[in-house]
Design a protein around this ligand. Sequence first.
Ligand SMILES: Nc1ncnc2c1ncn2[C@@H]1O[C@H](COP(=O)(O)OP(=O)(O)OP(=O)(O)O)[C@@H](O)[C@H]1O
Ligand SMILES: [Mg+2]
Length: 95
Amino acid sequence: MEKHLIVGREAELGELSRLVASPDGRAVLVRGEAGVGKSLLLAVAAEQAGALGHRVIRATGVESETMLPFAGLHQMLHPLLHTMPGLEPSTRAVR
Ligand SMILES: Nc1ncnc2c1ncn2[C@@H]1O[C@H](COP(=O)(O)OP(=O)(O)OP(=O)(O)O)[C@@H](O)[C@H]1O
Ligand SMILES: [Mg+2]
């Protein structure tokens, strides 16, 4: 994407572009050494997905939250609450 100056990574960017444009559900694991550019690749993929009209929901695992149950699930679902107007108030209030 133009706003990021990315050196190399053509193969990874191509793979993520295909993932984003894929009509079926797919998953990809991006892993590598610290600072190797994982977050940058994911930022580009998220921008591409947004440009294609997809809703992008991001969750980030942090060590300090490992003791919080469902912290990741909460990050994923909280932005979707407004799409569920029929949710029982008691269910909606669960945090
Ligand atoms: N291919 C690349 N071209 C240009 N800059 C890059 C490239 N890969 C990484 N960078 C830059 O290097 C820095 C570290 O990248 P990034 O934060 O994406 O790494 P990371 O793998 O997510 O690190 P961490 O494991 O610490 O989360 C950022 O400033 C990023 O913009
Ligand atoms: Mg990172």
